[in-house]
Design a protein around this ligand. Sequence first.
Ligand code: SAH
Ligand code: SF4
Length: 354
Amino acid sequence: MKPSLLDYTQKELAELIQPKFRVKQIFGWLYHNYAQSFEDMKNIPKALKEELTEKYIVNPMKIIKKELSTDGTIKYLFELQDAKTVEAVWLKMKDEKRDAQGELTQEARYTICVSTQVGCKVGCAFCLTAKGGFTRDLTAGEIVAQVVNLKRDNNHKHNRMINIVYMGMGEPLDNLDNLAKAIEIFKEQEGLCISAKRQTVSTSGLSNKIDQLGQMDLGVHIAISLHAVDDELRSELIPMNKAHNINSIIEAVKRFPIDTRKRVMFEYLVIKDKNDDLGSAKKLVKLLHGIKAKVNLIYFNPYPGTPYDRPQLKDMVDFQEYLVSHGLLCTIRDSKGIDISAACGQLKEKENKK
Ligand code: SAH
Ligand code: SF4
């Protein structure tokens, strides 16, 4: 597998490519024009392009499947150089706004959900990605390329704002070096210029790696996939909870450097008759005491063969009301793309069955 130019920061490319002023041009082709290949790079001399073609590729993946939802969500399946596949999702967060004359007053807002691994080692009992086991880490370039390809496919200009959530397939903190590199590449001023504040890393709670990420001081947000308030249930749902229990996660979150105006997000996957009772809500309030937290309740999204069920709307709302009435911020994640195959791993799974 040849490395991709998307694997490198601008500074690193300046060490690899001569003369240096070409790097700025190439960066423009990669991140402002979303070039797919060296042929696309019109003002780069042929000799340099030939030299680069020997060692590198531009786009390390191709879109092999796309599913559109009625709510504006688009789910993508990518094929990598070694024929492995991963998903990324284009989520519409806010509709565009127009005034009475029909003039655009605010553009629609989007978030891209990216994958960090092919498969996952964590093995959560409720997660379809886990079923296929772990194949490999994604390179930084493969993480970056998901965003470049989705922006390109949606004609989303390079300078339009976008948020990134590392919530696709895989455990981001299990691939910390490539994750950190991708975060830096997204931040590049002459690239996509996506500030760390617009990037959220979701983790199943590897507490030692939460500390490592914090020490890197990249400025990203974290979201903790908590899902349970006692270690017994959490270990059933997320086996590695035995090594990184709830308490160790809470302590790591308290040490994590956060923007004082922001909150740490706790994701709570609600499963019918497992963790949807008010007793759990009460424990959750206690657990998060003293943390500037925001809870995001997620409906468990069933798939064939799972022993778990989707919770009732009423139980979700009661749970939310309990948290809110006890001073916690709490949202219910609207099931974006429910008509296409919402949760991570589900599009890939459908493809494998064909
Ligand atoms: N590995 C990281 C990030 C990717 S998983 C993590 O676990 O946080 C992204 C999210 O998808 C997690 O919050 C997870 O709880 C959720 N998820 C996995 N399977 C799901 C399912 N069947 N229904 C709803 N959400 C699911
Ligand atoms: Fe891995 Fe996250 Fe799925 Fe758990 S929920 S198996 S950590 S991708």
